[in-house]
Design a protein around this ligand. Sequence first.
Ligand code: PLP
Length: 401
Amino acid sequence: MMTTKTQTIQSQAELYLMGNYGKRDLALVRGEGIFVWDADGRRYIDCLSGLGVNNLGHCHPRVVEAVKRQVETLIHVSNLYLIEPQVELARLLVEHSPADRVFFCNSGTEAVEAALKCARKYSYCTYGPGRHRILALKNSFHGRTMGALSATGQAKYHEGFQPLIPDVGHVTRGDFAALRDAVDETVCAVILEPVQGEGGVYPCDEAYLRQVRALCDERDIVLIFDEVQCGLGRTGHLFAGDEFGVRPDLICLAKGLAGGVPIGAMLAVEPVAATLTAGSHAATFGGNPLSCAAGVAAFSVTVEENLPQRSKALGAKFRAALDTLRVQFPCIQEVRGRGLMVGVEMDFPVAEILPSLREAGYLCGQAGPQVLRFLPPLIIEEAVLFEVLGRLEAILAKREN
Ligand code: PLP
């Protein structure tokens, strides 16, 4: 039998790559808008946006143009020097967010590390040593480096990597009394995702977030929103916290910030920002000309085309339609989310239906074993979203028979 291109790539991957991503049998080689193509020419609709990254779809012309221009001009210089696109992206972020200053890095986990360090430093500078405890939520996900991993509230990610960093505690999302009881004079920061992503798509409710903000104000605790997955328009607002009218002290961004080029950012309000003084924190590639040029283009498109609003409107319709499907299929336990960050909790492992969706040409994902996750590009057309829905309906109907 003839070996396909995909099989060739797969066998090479199995020879040379670490096994940490498990077995993969789909090689994507090209993308345009909501579409991606595999190595053997088959087309798919990307309903997961490269795990919440390709908010503008694949190879958005404005991002491509900016990257081309920058790559021919200057790729890297380091933060020993001023970098014009870095300053420009920081200006855009500050103008559109509650923050006063920006630190750039390369990924979500690095943005979280920066936030944890910044919070500790603020507390140290203001109150001296001993006030360094960090509170996070159970079921959260903040990344894979040791600080972010320690803040992550899911034991399955910790296994084999202990000891984690000390003085990190976890409380249940939505249980304000538990948080209040956990706060003592040693706590310097609270970190949370306004909408938990990897944990299964669970939005925090407004009243809870307001209470958390008030408590942090009362105790001068740094409130960190990890918006790596839920930020930048995904939930229907440019910053997820905007929906709740709650202003965090630090915001972590990454994923969609540069239209697919690796980047991370930690946004901070004063006076917290001022505590990361010269030499206290850094990243060689952070705010590199290439990623920031892409970031300026991607962020500008997001704002100019009002993609958060589009995400809000389309997401509401999509979730309402999924809720209707729930009446027909009791295996759908719950439909959750905000904007185009959608989780559909099933009463069976969604790994059972993901291959059928893929076979039908739709790349979807999961958030935990029983939650089907949709993070489509924010530019997706309504008709296509409903096509996905139709396919899901057909697959569920078949599964029942
Ligand atoms: N924080 C949140 C909320 C995430 O969803 C993720 C990744 O999924 C991260 C942090 C880590 O981001 P990265 O994989 O870019 O390090």
